[in-house]
Design a protein around this ligand. Structure first.
Ligand code: M6R
Length: 603
């Protein structure tokens, strides 16, 4: 969730760094910094808040002549968003920038402090630069010192280091966090994604995990994870920024579906601990004297709220009601002070949700928002906020925002459950065990995507879709139907499976498509009977389940069956891909569907 840019060459370096960081700013903007060495002299600047603050601070500075430069835009994981915690981090004579998490940083920090090293920040990153300098004191060879340093690091990282001990080089390493090298003649660029270097570099090399090396005199020396020097096979770099922002995907929505595994990691970092959930941003007093919860939201965010309500009541044992914000506003609701008022919004600007929140605030309720956009109106209006960390969502049809909202609600449930003493240690361990598996369950395989692509051609007509599910799979059915109707313009409804027999089953015939969410871990036999009833009336059934279902006309077999939430997230991806593939076949603009807007700031 942070961004890195690096450059070696003779051009003005400040602007290359700042322009590059601008492209990455959406990944994190609580602080930014740059460090440049030219003519053997180190200069650095840092500023808290958006990049504009760093631009203002460096207005009078400009670099000229050959030099090396690194920059970073930060989204805090360890330590608060302060200037001291902003990258690049300084040792005695070197600077480092880093994305990811150094899991064993505390151990390294303790060892360094024991030998008298003084740390200025609360970050994990600062350990890299001090460890490097300590190794360099012993080895008197910056490259060997760097190599030794990274061999000590556990966790995910992409890092760049510059040092006065070798002022013409940038040292780099990548493991688990993205990093690439751009080339243009003698000039060499580094970045955590390709948008900052488009239009500047002509060729690119995407580093693989475990690779490291250094750039110097227009050349890059690259080594693999076991230290063998590697040839760099460069690729031409795209020239169209818009295309590059889509990373080769046809639509932003598609890219965002694929990103879910990664953003889920971001959402969980620092919150899912070994044996509990932590929200640094929450004051535990927030839940004092709270006896119930009301959640208010619109659209997709409302569906995550419905899912959250099942979890909150089941696991945290706290009565929870969910309201559509546009309804809530005018129903003259009875609001009681022992109710925590939660709003959920991707954009943080939805007018109905914002107004509902203002009503709750006026009634003196404590409020919490789950939101993707820091400093948005809803975040500012709320007494507390949990950010979903999904990164900018460009597709109008929300995907990764829904995934992270649901994850935050699940984590929040466990947090409250523990705080109120309503969950056993064994149950909490089971839940945490399942949570850790979610990023993997969200990985889209070629096999799955191909299968859904092939299936989608059979679902381009008919007189409508019913997505059906029970329990938490009912809100997922609602969300699957909303996704499909938003971008395909086909009629789709989400329904509780057990409710079909109370009316909608009258619609059943072979032209009625039923997408049946049939998890193994929750009420399987019940949903199976409901689907059998539909099949008996000749409805066309697409079953999504880990268990083969002989009455299905089409079947997508899922992998997970050990925990309902694992099944939930796996099925969520399937419904998103189904909506995407049907809509692409129908020739629609998936990212900008007709009549819709990404942020609904009107009533
Ligand atoms: O930004 P919000 O989460 O408050 O937006 C709420 C809805 O407008 C939004 O979820 C909408 O339903 C999406 N287009 C769904 O894909």
């Amino acid at each position: 969730m942070c961004g890195i840019v690096g450059y070696i060459g003779a051009k003005e370096k400040k602007n290359i760094l700042l322009d590059g960081l601008k492209e990455l700013e959406y990944r994190g903007y609580d602080s930014a910094g740059i460090a440049i060495i030219e003519n053997g002299e180190l200069k650095h600047f840092k500023a808290v808040g958006k990049l504009k603050n760093l631009r203002d601070k460096t207005k009078k500075y400009s670099s000229s002549g050959f030099g090396v430069a690194i920059g970073h835009t930060r989204w805090a994981t360890h330590g608060k968003p302060t200037e001291l915690n902003a990258h690049p981090h300084l040792g005695e004579y070197s600077f480092v920038v880093h994305n990811g998490i150094i899991e064993n940083y505390q151990e390294i920090k303790n060892e360094l402090e024991d030998v008298g090293v003084n740390f200025l920040s609360q970050t994990d990153t600062e350990t890299i630069v001090h460890l490097f300098e300590k190794n360099n004191t012993n080895l008197n060879n910056p490259f060997h010192a760097f190599k030794k340093t990274i061999s000590k690091l556990n966790g995910a990282y992409a890092t760049l280091l510059i040092t006065e001990a070798e002022p013409e080089s940038i040292f780099f390493a990548k493991n688990g966090s993205p990093m690439l090298i751009g080339f243009n003649g003698d000039e060499i660029y580094f970045a955590s994604s390709d948008t900052p270097i488009i239009g500047k570099a002509t060729e690119v090399y995407y580093l693989e995990d475990g690779e490291y090396g250094y750039a110097k005199n227009g050349e890059v020396k690259l080594f693999d994870s076991i230290g063998i020097e590697k040839e760099i096979i460069k690729k031409p770099l795209a020239t169209d920024k818009k295309m590059a922002q889509k990373d080769g995907f046809r639509f932003f929505m598609e890219k965002e579906i694929y990103e879910q595994s990664q953003v889920m990691n971001d959402c969980m970092i620092g919150r899912v601990l070994d044996n509990r959930i932590e929200f640094e941003e929450l004051d535990s007093n927030l839940f004092r004297d709270i006896n119930s919860i009301k959640i208010c939201a619109c659209g997709t965010s409302y569906h995550s709220a419905l899912t959250g309500a099942y979890l909150l009541e089941r696991l945290a044992k706290i009565p929870t009601q969910v309201e559509i914000a546009s309804e809530f506003r005018y129903k003259e609701p009875l609001l009681q002070k022992d109710t925590l008022f939660i709003t959920i919004s991707q954009s943080g600007e939805t007018a109905d949700t914002l107004e509902a929140l203002k009503m709750a605030n006026r009634a003196g309720l404590k409020s919490l928002t789950i939101c993707n956009v820091d400093n948005s109106s809803i975040v500012r209006e709320s007494s507390s906020a949990i950010l979903t960390r999904a990164g900018i969502e460009k597709g109008v049809a929300s995907t990764k925002a829904f995934a992270t909202q649901t994850m935050v609600l699940w984590m929040l449930t466990l947090y409250i459950a523990e705080l109120k003493g309503n969950i056993s240690k064994d149950r909490l361990d089971d839940e945490l065990h399942a949570i850790r598996k979610i990023p993997k369950a969200l990985i889209v395989t070629d096999r799955l995507h191909d299968k859904i692509h092939r299936l989608s051609k059979r679902y381009l007509h008919g007189h409508g879709f019913f997505f059906i599910g029970r329990d938490i799979f009912f809100p997922l059915a609602l969300e699957g139907a909303l996704k499909l109707k938003e971008i395909s313009y086909l009629h789709a409804e989400g329904y509780p499976a057990g409710e079909m027999k109370h009316g909608p089953i009258a619609l059943a015939d072979s032209e009625l498509f039923t997408i049946a969410l049939m998890p193994k871990s929750l009420h399987y036999d019940k949903i199976k009977s409901n689907v059998e009833e539909l099949s008996a009336r000749d409805a066309t059934i697409l079953a999504i389940s880990p268990e083969e279902f002989e009455l299905a006309d089409d079947f997508i077999k899922t992998k997970y069956s050990s925990h309902a939430m694992l099944e939930f997230f796996e099925m969520m991806v399937i419904t998103q891909l189904l909506a995407l593939e049907i809509s692409i076949r129908l020739g629609n603009d998936v990212d900008m569907p007709r009549n819709l807007a990404k942020s609904v700031t009107v009533e």
